[in-house]
Write a protein that binds this ligand. Structure first.
Ligand code: BG6
Length: 475
């Protein structure tokens, strides 16, 4: 029993939330650079406020983020000290293709990531690389309208072919689109979509979804051609919907809401649009334009494993009088009276992780990988930057117990676990630094002040012990 000797323990970050250096090394501008701090952030992420250039009225936290661009060697050293077996990170598309539509890549960008991968390998850390973590080159939005345009599949293909070839032998585990279902909830964040006032948004979103799913299948095909050792995963923003009551209508709504998410993985893991989706499109007058050969491609190039993020479960109700909404990773949810919430209103539900693992495994029968999980909390460091973060340890401990039970008692196949924001970084939904997830504290505040100095929290030593004992010692 136990998790097995090859279980991949580690942590996760994304380029835009950690690197900074947005204009260094010939990098081009990307969507995520333009997400401002403050009230307009949500509107920009939703594609309702068009922000394709910086302005003087806003602060843009991703410009510097936590400056990993300059500090990655020391950061990786700290990951190694914790005993990481893997490190999930993303490649910033615009470091490799600054505009997105060039034929030849930017050599400086390739060298930058090559150095990171070599550094990781030096410490025996296996890179797990997301190809698109919420980033689209801004030029591709201005010139082509981003993922609503079929041309994007070709641009993405060129990018993927370049990195698969260049990093052959250095990277084996890849994820295509981070939280691929995010496009329905935050379309600018998920796919660089800005809407015109008279546009049919649902039609645009589902067409763009089809293009991303095609791009994902093409990437999977090329990855396997370039190196049969490559393993490609899809990535879902996970967490199931509970019915608020046992009213059959509530249950039916929960099933329907879950399908909104499964739709993506049904296609990426099983290789075809499910009937429930085709019926929905028919009912709602959504017409997805496909090219000849699309269905064949989807069918023959399914993913090798299924990765997902898990922070909380959600609740749906059909009776509007019970609707007390709470926050939860952009997805709306009714407040669950049986659960506690984080300071940001995300409901804490470790058992929901065990259920999610079982449901995904039952449905797809492919290996799973938890690539994001964690507690965003306010930390109060002492004068040396040390944080006594028992609340974080508690959250992680309970979630680790839950996935261990899924593996050991239910027989779920789980490849690994990477906690989100293993080093403090910029929050995706809020742009804040004060929403911290890390084992490593970074001295920077929401306004961009601070020395960027790194220091180890109590959870750093705790996670080190967890990894060392392969999840046996959780105290
Ligand atoms: C996921 C994203 O949605 O949740 C991450 O993949 C994000 O990029 C994480 O940071 C946590 O969300 P937040 O808003 O707390 O940063």
């Amino acid at each position: 029993m136990g998790l097995g000797p090859n279980f991949l323990w580690g942590g996760a970050t994304a380029a835009n939330q950690s690197e900074g250096g947005y204009n260094l090394g010939n990098r081009g501008l990307a969507t995520v650079d333009l997400l401002p701090m403050g009230n307009d952030r949500a509107g920009v992420m939703a594609g309702k406020i068009k922000m394709l250039e910086f302005d003087d009225q806003h602060f843009y936290p991703a410009q510097v983020a936590i400056d990993m661009y300059h500090q990655y060697i020391d950061d990786i050293k700290l990951f190694a000290e914790m005993g990481f077996k893997t490190y999930r990170m993303s490649i910033s598309w615009t470091r490799i293709f600054p505009n997105g539509d060039e034929e030849k890549p930017n050599e400086e960008g390739l060298t930058f990531y090559e150095n990171i991968f070599r550094e990781l390998r030096k410490h025996n850390i296996e890179p797990l690389v997301t190809l698109a973590h919420f980033d689209v080159p801004v030029t591709l939005i201005k010139k082509y309208g981003s993922w609503r345009n079929r041309k994007m599949v070709g641009f993405f293909e060129n990018y993927c072919r370049t990195v698969f070839n260049h990093f052959r032998g250095l990277v084996k585990y890849w994820l295509t689109f981070n939280e691929v279902n995010m496009i329905l909830h935050a379309p600018f964040l998920g796919a660089g979509l800005c809407f015109e006032p008279d546009e049919n948004e649902e039609q645009v979103k589902y067409q763009a979804m089809h293009h991303q799913l095609m791009a994902s299948a093409v990437a999977t095909k090329i990855a396997h051609e370039v190196d049969p050792e490559n393993r490609i995963g899809c990535m879902l923003a996970g967490g199931n919907n509970y019915p608020y009551s046992c009213r059959p209508e509530d249950y039916a709504r929960a099933v329907e809401k879950d399908r909104e998410n499964y739709l993506f993985i049904d296609i990426q893991a099983r290789g075809a649009y499910p009937n429930y989706a085709l019926k929905k499109f028919e009912r709602e007058n959504i017409h997805i334009v496909m090219q000849e050969g699309d269905q064949e491609l989807l069918k023959h190039h399914t993913v090798d494993f299924i990765s997902f993020s898990y922070y909380s479960s959600r609740v749906v109700a059909t009776d509007p009088s019970v609707a007390h909404e709470t926050a939860g990773n952009i997805f709306k949810s009714i407040k669950n009276p049986y659960l506690k919430s984080s300071e940001w209103g995300w409901q804490i539900d470790p058992l929901g992780l065990r259920s999610a693992l079982n449901i995904l495994y039952d449905r797809y029968q492919k290996p799973l990988f938890i690539v994001e999980n964690g507690l965003g909390a306010v930390d109060t460091p002492d004068e040396n930057g040390y944080v006594e973060d028992d609340y974080r340890i508690e959250y992680l401990r309970e979630h680790i117990k839950a996935f261990k039970a899924a593996v050991e008692e239910d027989g779920v196949e789980l490849m690994g676990y990477t906690t989100w924001g293993c080093i403090d970084l910029v929050s995706a939904t809020k742009g804040e630094m004060s929403k911290r997830y890390g084992f490593i504290y970074v001295d920077r505040d929401d306004e961009g002040n601070g020395t960027l100095k790194r220091s180890k929290k109590k959870s750093f030593y705790w996670y080190q012990k967890v990894i060392q004992s392969n999840g046996e010692d959780l105290e």
